[in-house]
Design a protein. Sequence first.
Length: 413
Amino acid sequence: MKITRLAGVAALLAAGVTQAQAQDVKLTGVLIEFWQTQMLDSNLRNNATATAGASKYYGLDSRFQENTFAVKRAEIYLNGKITDDVSWNLMFDPNNSTSSVGNNVLHDAVITWNVGNGFTVKAGQFKMPTTYEATMVAATNILFFERNQINRVFGDKRDRGVWGIYSWGDAKAWNGKINLAVSNGTTDDGSAGKNNDLNAQKDWTTRVEFAYGPEHKFGAYYREGVTNLKDATSNNASAWVTAGYVSAAQIKDNKDKTTLMGAYYAFDNATWHASAEFATGLLGRRYPTLFAAATTNPLREHLDQKFQGFVVDGAYKMGRHWFTARYDMMNYNSGDDWYTATNPYKPTAGGDYSPKYTEVTVGYNLLFNPAKYSAGKLKLDYVHRSKNFLAPRAGQTGEQGGDSLVASVMIGF
């Protein structure tokens, strides 16, 4: 079915080219990435349990729960021009079609208008201008088997909206951009943002970027939104109200407000690469309390529960051979806030399941074309995870975790 859909899209595009020669349709890129994951701890297979008595936040990809081969990406990029000032681009992936509204292979669908004097306007479906690696580094250029926690959880999803950009400066010296976007705000509801929303609320996103030549990049971003639900149809009869922790009025007033703010810096030259990023904000609708159905339990421990993440990575380049390392931390309750009488992360049975997860990754990249990192590479990555996201199995005590070895082959053009 995916192949049939892809063939249909290609036929329509070909027909459009024949009938409208003014629109120069180009296949600008293809990215294929293949994984093999090897478990180094059987807990990953036998126990993907949530923490005892608290919400599960760590997103352990199902591919890590078994030794498996997987096609990670099969992305196809197309673009064209309507006029010298108006262009469009599409990106779709027939291998990655998960969506709450069905098998939606379309990821990016963008119309871009170059207004002039440094101003550009984009409209369509795209990643909002937030985190560094997810929105400013192409999938062909990431150093590791996957993006870091900040980026894959908060930045690597699409939404539908309008995005304005003002650019200034010299590409060889100081330059920068100011970004402002308004969008539906369905990014964090499980649909990956591929939805039209059903309410009047919108998300606002802004990012300021600076660069000095090709070597230095830095900036900051902020995003804010509220629930995806209509106030008139939401149901506040959650377990928190039943337990008397908060009132229905307090839950509705909070409206599952969600925020994301952060800053980044990246350095890159012929021998070294290094980058760092920090992000924080309110979990909000990502783990909602304002439910559309009654009797649903809250998915976080406090109305104003905050998260905080930090990542730093680097690479040493020796021609075809790149050696990489990354430290990656995400704390989903950085304020240590909860309503229950006892700490939900430290059950009486023992163990500490505080949702502060770390990943330390060391790796090696073998480039197929040393002059072009994005053309293709073999990556080998060892992932060492913190030991607090799996509950102990029978015969075990204390928190459990598990490491992985990932081999990936990526081809892009």
